[in-house]
Design a protein around this ligand. Structure first.
Ligand code: FES
Length: 107
C-alpha cells in the first residue's frame, strides 16, 4: 500500500473540512471524498457505485453515512456498505493519523 500525506495534523484536517463536511481530493489521479465525521477523517471513493454521481456533492448524516446527492443511497463511512444493500459497497480507504501528519493509504 502507498501512503500519501493529506494534512500536517488532525487540526489542519478538521479546519480544512468542517464538521460533517465533505471535500473532494485527487490522489494520483484517483478522486476521493474526504469526510470529517465527529472530528475523525474518513476517505471514500468519490464516485457512487450506483450511477457514478460525485459523493462530494452529497451530505453526511448523524449515523456516520455519506448520502449520495442523486438517489440518496446511504453508505457507511467505515466499511462502505449501502444501508439497504441496494448496490455494491462503496470503496473506503484507510486513514492514519501519525505524528507527522494525516495519511491516506491506497493500492
Ligand atoms: S448515483 Fe448514487 S445513489 Fe444513485
Amino acid at each position: 500500500m502507498e501512503w500519501h500525506k493529506l494534512f500536517d495534523n488532525i487540526d489542519a484536517a478538521t479546519k480544512a473540512i468542517p464538521a460533517s463536511g465533505i471535500r473532494r481530493a485527487d490522489i494520483n489521479g484517483i478522486k476521493v471524498s474526504l469526510v470529517n465525521y465527529r472530528q475523525q477523517i474518513f476517505a471514500v471513493a468519490d464516485q457512487c457505485p450506483h450511477m457514478r454521481a460525485s459523493l462530494a456533492q452529497g451530505k453526511v448524516n448523524p449515523f456516520g453515512e455519506i448520502i449520495c446527492p442523486l438517489h440518496h443511497y446511504q453508505f457507511n463511512l467505515q466499511h462502505g456498505q449501502e444501508a439497504q444493500n441496494r448496490c455494491e459497497h462503496l470503496e473506503v480507504y484507510q486513514i492514519e493519523v501519525r505524528d507527522d501528519g494525516v495519511y491516506i493509504g491506497m493500492y
